[in-house]
Design a protein around this ligand. Structure first.
Ligand SMILES: Cc1cc2nc3c(=O)[nH]c(=O)nc-3n(C[C@H](O)[C@H](O)[C@H](O)COP(=O)(O)O)c2cc1C
Length: 274
């Protein structure tokens, strides 16, 4: 996408910080004029990250018509202790209240998805946020495949560890969607620079944001595979050709309360810092 950077010379403080912070050097500081200016082909070089807009003390820059007035003002960040609590107390929720999430909260969570950082600022992620009726429809389609795989014996060969669930699944138990009232699915162009990572970041941020609102979430690897493998499910969410399904997350108001965090097994963290 071609970008247009505009500098308002009347507002500029001539500090040059915008040019110094421009990662792709689409902006340079002209010392003679005392103003930042765009380089030749800046439109094609600029990745639209809006760092120049955010860093300018006087709000003198805009990118593609987005200027200081369009951006959220700085707010209070969570204190380290609050962030630690969020990370340690985030749990996978697998039992949900039947009702959907309050629309105002849902709108806030959807809006926050736009702040997902992506490699090269590639803004082509797509999301599908499903409500109760859609999740029920996804289950019906998924069940047809799963029932066939179980009854034909294929599932037993593919996932022998899960044999103990097969009878319950055939009797209607929802071990994939867990009767959740919502599911968010992320898609990205398979050829985007950081396709996989962008998608994981999007749902990781969604996860933490949702739990900060008291909304329960659960990463759903089973649903991710179902959407990758079942063409009808891809059609139901309008997954464009060339896009890869990168993750699925159940969410809704929790029907379970945890009384403490967990103490996970430690990962190996190599550290040579003295
Ligand atoms: C990529 C990924 C896929 C997962 N898929 C499922 C799933 O399909 N169903 C499920 O019930 N839990 C799923 N989980 C949840 C994990 O089982 C859970 O994160 C883990 O047991 C730790 O529990 P906690 O999230 O409460 O800390 C998944 C988690 C991740 C990160």
């Amino acid at each position: 996408m071609a970008c247009e950077i505009v500098v308002d010379g009347n507002k500029c403080l001539h500090c040059g910080i915008c040019a110094r912070d421009c990662m792709v050097k689409a902006l340079v500081f002209n010392k003679t004029a005392g103003l930042p200016e765009t380089v030749k082909d800046a439109g094609g070089i600029c990745i639209g990250c809006q760092h120049c807009v955010a860093v300018c003390p006087s709000g003198a820059l805009s990118v593609n018509g987005v200027g200081a007035a369009d951006c959220p003002p700085l707010g209070k960040l969570p204190a380290p202790e609050e962030m630690k609590n969020l990370i340690r107390q985030r749990r996978s929720i697998r039992r949900f209240l039947p009702g959907e999430v309050d629309k105002a909260v849902l709108d806030e969570l959807k809006d926050l998805l736009h702040w997902t950082p992506t490699g090269c600022n590639d803004h082509r992620l797509r999301f599908f946020v499903a409500g109760k009726a859609e999740v029920v429809a996804f289950k019906e389609v998924t069940d047809r495949w799963v029932f066939f795989l179980i009854k034909s014996g294929i599932m037993g060969l593919l996932l022998p560890r899960y044999r103990r669930y097969f009878d319950a699944i055939l009797n209607g138990a929802d071990v994939i969607y867990r009767n959740a009232p919502h599911l968010v699915i992320v898609m990205a162009p398979a050829k985007s620079p950081c396709c996989h990572t962008d998608q994981v970041i999007a749902l990781t941020q969604f996860d933490l944001a949702a739990q900060s609102f008291g909304v329960g979430t659960c990463w759903c690897g089973f649903a991710e595979y179902a959407f990758r493998l079942i063409p009808k499910l891809r059609r139901m969410i309008g997954c464009p050709k060339g896009y890869r399904i990168g993750g699925a997350m159940l969410f809704g108001m929790p029907a379970v309360k945890y009384h403490r965090g967990t103490q996970p097994l430690e990962f190996e963290i190599a550290d040579k810092i003295k």
